[in-house]
Design a protein around this ligand. Structure first.
Ligand SMILES: Cc1cc2nc3c(=O)[nH]c(=O)nc-3n(C[C@H](O)[C@H](O)[C@H](O)COP(=O)(O)O)c2cc1C
Length: 192
């Protein structure tokens, strides 16, 4: 069983990845393999709406000049997917949006490559807009063939401005630990 988590922040040691690490450590304690993939800060293209993925049906996007195909391959192979983003103007980062649009479209075009996987969204925020980030990510799970969207004891967010600030948010730590436990519980059910 494997969970892949995507860090949408260009900060490689910022608040988003710190939240993702807590979820992943909790999953590992439950015997579930995890991998965190760096997405933010990479030069990625959005979906071109060329519809070629619906012709080739090879589980790939025709755009090959960036790592999005490599990321979607990891997504399609995983049992669970966590998408994390900092809050940028009350929404997710463009790198994560490109991943969602391209992987989501390739998955649908190929008959549902995300079907019945578990998904969770995570957001870092200074003050406001994180709920919208979570909503934007959850839209992918809601249209992807019976994916199970996993929540926690609070919405899956942590508060902080500068890298590491989120470490002081004790409620966020508990929220991420509970998210990891819930995700592990769901995964054990759906892969049984
Ligand atoms: C371009 C940009 C836009 C931002 N917009 C918001 C916002 O709308 N609301 C907010 O509360 N914080 C906003 N922030 C602050 C970040 O969400 C916050 O610093 C977060 O912890 C960053 O996570 P990271 O360390 O993983 O990058 C913004 C930061 C940047 C760089």
């Amino acid at each position: 069983m494997k969970v892949v988590a995507f860090n949408g922040s260009p900060r490689r040691d910022g608040n988003t990845i710190r939240l993702l690490r807590i979820v992943c450590e909790t999953l590992e304690e439950q015997g579930i393999e995890t991998e965190i993939v760096q997405v933010g800060g990479k030069c990625v293209h959005g979906c071109m709406a060329c519809m070629k993925c619906a012709e080739t049906l090879n589980h790939r996007c025709v755009l090959t000049g960036d790592p999005v195909n490599e990321w979607m391959e990891k997504m399609f192979a995983a049992d669970g997917i966590i998408i994390g983003s900092p809050t940028y103007f009350a929404d997710l980062t463009p790198e994560i949006k490109a991943l969602i649009d391209r992987a989501g479209f390739v998955a649908l075009a190929n008959g549902g490559l995300l079907n019945r996987k578990a998904g969770a969204a995570v957001a870092a925020v200074r003050r406001a807009g994180a709920i919208h980030v979570l909503d934007s990510i959850n839209h992918l799970f809601g249209i992807s063939g019976g994916m199970v969207t996993v929540g926690s004891s609070y919405w899956n967010l942590g508060i902080g401005l500068n890298p590491g600030d989120v470490d002081a948010d004790q409620e966020a730590r508990k929220t991420m630990e509970d998210l990891g436990k819930n995700l592990a519980w769901v995964l054990k059910k759906i892969t049984a």
